[in-house]
Design a protein around this ligand. Sequence first.
Ligand code: GKR
Ligand code: MG
Length: 433
Amino acid sequence: MKIETVRITPIAVDDPPLRNAAGLHAPYALRTIVELVGDNGIIGLSEVPGSNSTTKALEDSVEILKGLDPFNINNILFKLNHYFGSENKVGFEYDERGRAPWDQRLLVHVFSAIEVACLDLIGKTIERPVVDLLGGRCRDHVPFSAYLFLKEEGAGGLFEFSMDSDATGWLSARQEAALTPDEIVLQAKSMCDHFGFTSIKLKAGTLPPDIEVACMFALYETFGKNVPLRIDPNAVWSVETSVKYGKQMEGILEYYEDPTRGQKAMSEVAKQVSIPLATNMCTTSFDDLPGSIQLGSESIILADHHFWGGLRTSVELGRICQTFDRGLSMHSNSHVGISLAAMTHLAAAVPNLTYAVDTHYPWQTDEVIKGGKLKFTNGELAIPDGPGLGVELDHDALNELNKKYKDCGLTHRDDQVEMQKLDPEWVFESTRW
Ligand code: GKR
Ligand code: MG
């Protein structure tokens, strides 16, 4: 079997004004959709975070991919590696992990996009789900967590069209501002009622720690000790601040995600606070693992197949975590259903991925897969039925979201620029509090 052609389509999906340590979400989140067309007419799909440099790199790889056997992923990755060189030789806009809460390395995105599309193509060809290609399922249903954000009013997209005064339930909560502990509790109740989530994460690092920690206590008082809680300040707290507030939250948190920046600072917090630390910022690649083990920077690593180079490498990460007695959870960014399906297959395949998985999915209303959005039941997703990832592309929806991409004019994610529209003086600080 051979790859006949590859289609790369950047899309934009409505995204509400969610706050984080890097600023504010733009009205649209960018994603890039890959269609790997086999010479049997079957199409393998994948989705990665979008930017013009990712789209360009994927477009550059098309000629390399044509004619290669999608079953031989090792050969494909070897050829891509040879073409692009190592991450810091790529010469695109971003050549390193960067300081943003999300990973900005380019090659891992490209590898992930191609690997996942190959696995989907293989699965659809041999009529087996992707989870079987990863070694088989350890679970049939994958639990996800409610991912709360401090936010400004608005539902994303074009503000005047997106606010719906008749909206009820989660759709109404999704457009409300949430900047106080009471408002965060309302957001949590509404999200948990709608999707059935039974664990909760708060994206922090955006308001003074007193307020964000008060949100955690308000959640604890409302939901009780049986709903695990996590807070993620995206590394903008100093070691001192992380220790001070960490000590206050001992006993109410399941884990404390990236309170401070870098493995060394994290290890100092880990020594002083009795809550497991977790990361998707200081240990984000295989190269980071020796430092993590040596310093003891975190107890839990958040996998993310978009940033760890694909699904098979993420399974390998699971094995390494087991070896070194690290827990494993999963990170997310704004995304649609192809990524959600891939995350579900991965989480179902990794025995020690025992934490409820992060997802931004409730915040997005647009979708590119046939049948509309995937549905959570009791906070869980069943592994999608059908071969491969179990999802098919809705080409009309894809074209519409590609038009949205072209019309919105965004070329990459820049949360600082969005925040400056609210507060022109605002600048990102790598340690704010
Ligand atoms: O979407 O604002 C966001 C998050 O802050 C995201 O970009 C982070 O990468 O979810 C992420 C995290 O857990 O750090
Ligand atoms: Mg995080």
